[in-house]
Design a binder for this molecule. Structure first.
Ligand code: FE2
Ligand code: FE2
Length: 326
């Protein structure tokens, strides 16, 4: 298991580890990919398990706000696209749990951590999707922010994670486009439809900026993750990329970003934004967002209701291996 106790090991092993750690870092510096069977520092493994499992949990919990709208989508075409998107998110969760399994983290243990409230997932999924326009705003902004975060992960030093991200990013770009298209349709619709789109943007904008995590000065894990090339850009740099990409899109839609301080800085070529309410972010992470309890309850219920599927799959696998042995 990845939690094996390192302190039981003899001193000679520690010297060997230091040697290996040096070679490991040299490989990272040379942009070599680390694979599942390669030697790696225990802290690298633990960092990856934490990040990949949080990412997997986010994909799985992320299905909930949108899944709620599948039966209420306004047309068959919208329903098919939303259903496909939500299924993609489930698939992303599965690739990621599989990537975590290559690091000896068992899926059952990760699931337990999530359901017992011991694991984190993206703060954004603790906000409710209250109107159809929210489905547009989520695709456009939440998936848009996810792309900014995930494209650099395609070059992450850990091979199985990086490879999973390549496919995930392709699917995320479909999600972003389907969201933007919903927003475009609403913005070209009636006055009430455009107002619905504006209202969704007003509610989702700031939580989306929080998705990139705390400001660089307050970010706990950044330095080491950067050295290991798990992280390629800082939280603030990714947030800035997202703002710069999104401002012209909002303009194109004829919508106003809910930030009176938003201004173009000609000297840097970037959009500067107003102060983010980090207290709200901390509250959501601490479990006090609008939907934290609902999300975990829904996940627990899905797990319990899926018990018979797991039992059937295990029985089938046992039968197959019996047959093979015979
Ligand atoms: Fe996803
Ligand atoms: Fe997505």
């Amino acid at each position: 298991m990845y939690t094996q106790a390192l302190n039981d090991r003899p001193a000679a092993a520690a010297v060997e580890d230091a040697d290996q750690a040096e070679r490991f870092q040299a490989r990272i510096d040379a942009e070599d990919r680390i694979e599942a069977n390669d030697w790696m520092p225990e802290a690298y493994r633990r960092t990856l398990v934490r990040q990949i499992s949080q990412h997997a949990h986010s994909e799985i919990i992320g299905q909930l706000p949108e899944g709620n709208w599948i039966t209420r989508a306004p047309s068959l075409r919208r329903k098919a696209a939303l259903l496909a998107k939500v299924q993609d998110e489930c698939g992303h969760g599965l690739y990621l749990y599989a990537a975590a399994e290559t690091l000896d983290a068992s899926r059952e243990e990760l699931m337990d951590q999530l359901m017992e409230g011991r694991a984190r997932y993206s703060s954004i999924f603790n906000y409710p999707a209250t109107t159809w326009a929210d489905i547009g705003a989520i695709g456009w902004l939440v998936d848009g922010a996810a792309i900014m975060n995930q494209i650099p992960l395609c070059r992450c030093s850990y091979g199985p994670y990086a490879r999973a991200m390549i496919r995930v990013c392709k699917e995320e770009s479909f999600h972003q486009r389907q969201g933007f298209e919903i927003m475009m349709t609403l913005c070209n619709g009636t006055v009430a439809q455009k107002a619905m789109a504006q209202d969704a943007l007003n509610r989702w904008w700031w939580p989306c900026l929080m998705m990139f995590g705390p400001p660089d000065g307050a970010s706990q894990h950044s330095d080491q993750s950067t050295r290991w090339k798990i992280k390629r850009f800082s939280n603030d740099a990714l947030r800035q990329k997202f703002v710069d990409a999104t401002v012209p899109q909002a303009e194109y839609l004829g919508l106003t970003l809910p930030d009176p301080a938003l201004a173009f800085d000609a000297a840097t070529g970037h959009w500067t934004h107003g102060e983010i309410d980090w207290d709200e972010f901390k509250q959501v992470l601490a479990g006090n967002g609008p939907c934290n309890r609902d999300r975990i309850e829904a996940r627990r219920a899905a797990h319990e209701n899926g018990e018979w599927v797991r039992a059937a799959a295990a029985a089938f696998a046992a039968k197959q291996s019996q047959r093979q042995a015979a």
